[in-house]
Design a protein around this ligand. Structure first.
Ligand SMILES: Nc1ncnc2c1ncn2[C@@H]1O[C@H](COP(=O)(O)OP(=O)(O)OP(=O)(O)O)[C@@H](O)[C@H]1O
Length: 619
């Protein structure tokens, strides 16, 4: 039989893994058991929709058998099996395409990365085996096939006899070397320990023929070796266990086993509800942003089990988009097993669970925000953006749910603050929540607009992300305090300032004429102290929003802020303007306007003309 080569990328990953110095080689068993358990799940699920198949739970198991003489370890399952094509496709391709391209080779130091991020599952077998044979018979076929490979260049597939449906994997262990003894995977006790450690919660019995010493007969002291088949896992899924029996490490281990992420979760919630709807759930808040989180490929959702049987891997209806980073599962006795995806959407039980879960996540995050700020900031730096999207999307429908979870970097002690903390610190005479937008905190701090507000002793929120101002605009106010941009043209807390005098007005009109429709108005500034000029915006669209909208690929080019050029009448430059002849006034006006654009981080319309204007001023 000719050899079929591995796909190029699989081949490369395989080499990396076989030769990796990955120290936790024992996880190969977890991978194979987990595949076996999935295969039985599939069988169970199939039985629900196919009347020709009956599923008796007792008939389904995973059996592990070491053979010391032959140095083999065999893992058998009674799952759904694989056809010839499935063997070729499923075991010929490693992980998802593009995964190697994503991870640069030098970043893969110990294999941990590959296993964690992409789930190379089955291939982990080659860390300990020099040859792997997978004999499988699919539920849909009478002919079985054997897939064999030494993991180097390819595999072969041959028809073989197999009476029962399911899969048997024989691992021919590698020869022991100076650094590694592979014989340990032939020891019953070692295998039992690995199963207990990683696969205890698997919902089907994991059996093994275990040798024990027993008295020869009741009266005798003589012992004999007895071999009996034992179930070595407890079969109670972790989510059905009592919270008090579980440690933080158990939850973290489960997170890793389930490959919810490669990181250590920041927090978890274990919920057991026994009310109008009964369910158990474990939810995790990851620490790191998954590599595909902001791509189209990312699918949100929780695993959904109906009474211990996995019926959906990513049930998206269980999570609102703004909590799409949450990982975990829900298991409910009340869900019907053969429910379709479409029906599930309208299922009342599921809607109740989703609602419940949403408020649990919210309160968990609030608690973290209150009790462990450092951890919350880590969370927020990863996923705060998603919360702000949540405030903004669906026409602000969820803003009340989310406003207390938001943090903004603030001028007060230069750290993150919640909105509640902000208003608690507000002096009595302050009526609004002030914010300033810009590319970075450093840049915002230097904005002329912030000067007067800061001088008044009012705290300013520094908004540096694209989404920030959109979210703020959607919120409108927080506990009845309106949000006010320090750049907005109607910012006015200098009540005692006199009306702009008529002479000034005439000058401003002339300047407006010079600038034409580049600005909607030229006015005296009420916010500037030491700077001569600034741009403000009239109306709903701010300059920062204009920048964001213009940078988007859709046709937002038309959306422009109504820009107002504000002049500081107390600045020396203003006296110059007052005494300038027509030509000089045009020159100064253009220079000032361009300076204002630069301060805002807006592009100059004609940099060359600006440079020439500056030279003219200097000469
Ligand atoms: N024991 C088995 N019975 C039936 N199908 C199997 C078995 N083992 C593997 N497969 C099939 O081979 C595929 C590839 O397995 P592999 O472990 O490489 O990745 P995976 O299980 O899909 O992903 P991951 O390991 O990341 O969860 C599986 O998706 C499954 O379809």
């Amino acid at each position: 039989m000719t050899k079929i080569p591995f796909q190029a990328e699989s081949q490369r990953l395989l080499e990396l893994m076989i030769n990796s110095i990955y120290t936790h080689k024992e996880i190969f068993l977890r991978e194979l058991i987990s595949n076996a358990s999935d295969a039985i799940d599939k069988m169970y699920y199939r039985a629900l929709t196919d009347d020709n198949i009956t599923f008796n739970r007792e008939d389904y198991y995973i059996h592990i058998q070491p053979n010391k003489e032959e140095r083999t370890l065999t893992i058998t399952d009674t799952g759904i099996g694989m056809s010839r094509e499935e063997l070729e496709n499923n075991l010929g391709t490693i992980a998802k395409s593009g995964s190697l391209a994503f991870k640069k080779e030098q970043e893969i130091q110990d294999g941990h990365d590959i296993i964690g991020q992409f789930g190379v599952g089955f291939y982990a077998a080659f860390m300990i085996a020099s040859e792997v044979t997978v004999t499988s018979r699919s539920v849909d076929e009478t002919q079985a096939y054997a897939w064999t490979s030494d993991g180097t260049d390819g595999f072969s597939i041959n028809p073989v006899d197999k009476e029962t449906i399911g899969t048997t994997i024989v691992l021919k262990l590698k020869e022991n070397s100076e650094d590694e003894t592979y014989d340990e995977y032939l020891e019953e006790h070692r295998l039992q320990t690995i199963v207990k450690k990683y696969s205890d919660f698997i919902g089907y019995p994991i059996t093994m023929n275990v040798t024990t010493q027993q008295p020869k007969d009741e009266e005798s002291d003589d012992m004999v070796e007895v071999v009996e088949t034992q179930t070595i896992n407890s079969m109670i899924p972790i989510w059905r266990k009592n919270k008090s029996e579980l440690t933080k490490e158990d939850y973290e281990q489960f997170y890793q086993d389930k490959r919810y992420g490669f990181d250590t979760p920041l927090d978890h919630v274990h919920i057991s509800v026994d009310g109008a709807v009964r369910y158990d759930s474990i939810l995790y808040i990851p620490e790191n942003v998954p590599f595909d989180y902001y791509s189209k490929e990312f699918e949100k959702g929780l695993e959904l089990y109906a009474n211990g049987v996995l019926i959906m891997e990513k049930c998206s209806d269980l999570l609102p988009d703004y909590f799409s980073f949450v990982k975990g599962l829900v298991d409910s006795e009340d869900l019907s097993l053969n429910i379709s995806r479409e029906m599930l959407q309208h299922d009342r039980q599921l809607q109740l669970i989703a609602k419940n879960i949403k408020s649990k996540i919210k309160s968990q995050l609030k608690t973290m925000q209150k009790n462990d700020r450092e951890r919350y900031v880590t969370f927020y730096e990863s996923f705060g953006r998603q919360l702000k999207f949540g405030v903004y999307s669906d026409f602000g429908m969820n803003k009340k749910d989310l406003e207390d979870l938001l943090l903004f970097y603030s001028s007060h002690e230069e750290k993150y603050t919640s909105l509640l903390e902000y208003i608690d610190r507000m002096p009595e005479e302050q009526t609004a929540i002030y914010y300033a937008t810009g590319e970075s905190v450093q840049r915002i701090k230097k904005l002329p607009q912030t000067e007067m507000v800061a001088d008044k002793g009012f705290e300013i929120l520094y908004l540096t992300e694209d989404i920030d101002e959109f979210a703020i605009k959607m919120l409108e106010n927080y506990k009845e305090k309106p949000f006010q941009s320090v750049s907005s043209a109607d910012l006015d807390f200098n009540e005692d300032q006199e009306e702009t005098n008529d002479d000034f007005k005439e000058l401003f009109n002339k300047m407006k004429e010079i600038l034409g429709n580049k600005v909607s108005d030229v006015r005296e500034s009420k916010r500037l102290k030491s700077h001569p000029v600034v741009l403000a915006a009239d109306g709903e669209i701010t300059i920062e929003m204009e920048k964001v909208l213009q940078s988007m690929p859709d046709n937002n080019q038309q959306v422009k802020a109504d820009k107002v050029l504000e002049i500081n009448a107390k600045h020396e430059v203003f006296t110059k303007l007052q005494h300038a002849d027509e030509e000089t006034l045009a020159l100064y006006t253009n220079v000032l306007y361009n300076q204002a654009l630069l301060i805002e981080g807006l592009p100059l319309e004609d940099p060359v003309a600006f440079s020439q204007d500056v030279c003219k001023v200097m000469i």
